[in-house]
Design a protein around this ligand. Structure first.
Ligand code: G
Ligand code: G
Ligand code: MN
Ligand code: NA
Length: 254
């Protein structure tokens, strides 16, 4: 298809850019960002992932794209390494199922970290529930190999899939991301409120950091903070930003 052909060109010519959505702690300090890809299409302009990620996953093209994202992220962490303000920021990268299931995933990630000379603890990999409910054996082995080197894992969109408590217990996860569908009506829907409180308590009791996604109002942030949520991400603070704007945002927040 046309999209397929254009994506292959995009990969070859590196027509992608990364945007960074700030993540903040309860004191309002930026702890890092989620890295989100956009396609700078020569005719159609800046395209969000919704326009191409599904297609790229179906046609296998998310593998080279995902590798590019990881490489760029490590390069960015390297550029910030010695900066007193930017040097400690954690960058979280979305990992697609196919990408994680590649036999070479672990050595590839470790090689990227090694080549770029960054502390592995600054790289966070976001996995989805769909990914973690399959082949626990392979999953645990790969995650453990990376965690032993310092890489961190978060579970994205938590609460929307079918992961169970035994998954959470067995996997070396550092962070739970409460899905924004619960956050958006946490103050208006009793069951969302219960889910949010329960997820926060669960994560904390298992030693995980809990982050709320899609925080749009101060009232939501306050409720989440009062319930013990440690980190926040959403339009209340910032949309995903181009690099320079993200750096400005971090410097202003200090
Ligand atoms: O950028 P936006 O806020 O529209 O992101 C939509 C979704 O696209 C995200 O929730 C995420 O799942 C997906 N996405 C964004 N960047 C990447 C990426 O680099 N790799 C993968 N696999 N998915 C991404
Ligand atoms: O990986 P994930 O699908 O969670 O990616 C985050 C997506 O959520 C991105 O598309 C981002 O633009 C979007 N997003 C981030 N913050 C908010 C928010 O506060 N409200 C809404 N509606 N969407 C958000
Ligand atoms: Mn994500
Ligand atoms: Na999400």
């Amino acid at each position: 298809s046309e999209l397929d052909r254009d994506l292959r060109i995009a990969i070859r010519e590196e027509q992608f850019v990364l945007h960074y959505q700030p993540q903040l702690d309860s004191a309002g300090r930026v702890t890092g960002a989620e890295v989100l890809i956009r396609w700078l299409h020569p005719q159609r302009g800046l395209l969000p992932p919704g326009e191409f990620v599904d297609h790229a996953e179906k046609s296998g093209l998310m593998l080279p794209i995902g590798e590019w994202v990881l490489r760029q992220t490590c390069a960015q962490l390297r550029r910030w390494r010695d900066d007193p303000v930017l040097g400690g920021l954690v960058l979280a990268v979305n990992i697609s199922q196919d990408q994680f299931r590649q036999p070479g995933f672990v050595p590839d990630v470790l090689a990227l970290i090694d080549e770029s000379g960054i502390p592995a603890r600054l790289l966070e990999l976001e996995l989805t529930e769909t990914l973690i409910v399959q082949d626990m054996e392979d999953l645990t082995r790969k995650m453990t190999a990376l965690v032993e080197q310092g890489v961190r894992f978060s579970l994205d969109d938590f609460g929307t899939g079918f992961s169970s408590l035994s998954h959470l217990k067995r996997l070396p996860l550092d962070k739970l991301k409460i899905d924004r569908s619960f956050v958006c009506d946490v103050l208006s829907d009793a069951s969302s409120e219960t889910i949010v409180r329960t997820v926060i308590a669960l994560g904390r009791s298992m030693g995980m950091t809990v982050i709320a996604e899609g925080v749009e109002t101060e009232a939501q942030r306050q409720f989440l903070a009062d319930s013990g949520c440690a980190q926040f991400q959403g339009y209340l603070f910032s949309q995903p930003l181009p690099l320079e704007s993200f750096v400005d945002f971090v410097r202003r927040s200090r």
